[in-house]
Ligand binder design. Sequence first.
Ligand SMILES: Nc1ncnc2c1ncn2[C@@H]1O[C@H](COP(=O)(O)OP(=O)(O)OP(=O)(O)O)[C@@H](O)[C@H]1O
Length: 214
Amino acid sequence: MLEIALTHQIGEFRLSAELAIGPGVTVITGPSGAGKTTLLALVAGLARPTRGRIVLDGTVLVDTTTRRWLPPHRRRIGQVFQDARLFPHLSVRQNLLYGRLFAGADTGGPAPGAIIDLLDIAPLLSRRPRDLSGGERQRVAIGRALLSAPRLLLLDEPLSALDPARRAEMLPYLIRLRDGAGLPMLYVTHQADELAELATTWLHVEKGRVLPGQ
Ligand SMILES: Nc1ncnc2c1ncn2[C@@H]1O[C@H](COP(=O)(O)OP(=O)(O)OP(=O)(O)O)[C@@H](O)[C@H]1O
C-alpha cells in the first residue's frame, strides 16, 4: 500500500495529492503538464514535497513534519522511462546484473533466470542495447528494474516511443508482471485506451490535482 498526502510547489505550479494506492496496476492519465511525472518523482525520491508524507508498506519515505527522508537508492522502487536508459557500453546481461546491485542484501533479489524467462530476453543477453529493437530495449529496462527487487515499479510512458503494433506486443509482458510477480505498478500514459486490459485502478491528474480516473 502506498499512501500519499502532500502538496508540492514548483514555481507557479502546485501539485496536491491525497490518496492510497493498492496492489495491481494503477494507470495515471491526464493532460500534458498536469503533474503526472512530478507525482512519480516525489514517490521515487527525485524531488522532496513542499509539505506532506509518503508511506510505502509502512515505511516512511518522506515526512516533512518529522523531517524523515529516505534517499532514492534506499526506497526499493524500480523505474522505467520512455527511453530505456540502458548503459550503451554494457551487454544486456551486464545491464540486467547492474539492477541486482540495488537489491536489498536481505532478499538478494529475484532469480535472474525467472525474470529473463518472464520477459523472453534470453536470446538477447550478449547483445548491446544499440542492437535491440525499441520493444526489446524496454523489456530489458523492465528486467533491470525488476532485478533490483523493487517493492513498487514506476513506469513513465514506457511504451510511448513504440508504434501501436509494438505497444500491443508489450502488453502481455506487463500483464504477466502484474499477475505473476504481483508487483504494484504506477503507470503514466497518454494512451489510456490501450491499457484497459492492464489497469486495475485509474487515476487522473488535472492541473495538479490527483483524482479518481475513468
Ligand atoms: N523544474 C521545474 N521548474 C519549473 N516548473 C516545473 C519544473 N518541473 C516541472 N515543472 C512544471 O510542473 C508542471 C507539471 O509537470 P509534469 O512534468 O509533472 O507534467 P506531466 O503531467 O508529467 O506532463 P507530460 O504529460 O507532458 O509529461 C508543468 O507545468 C511543468 O512546467
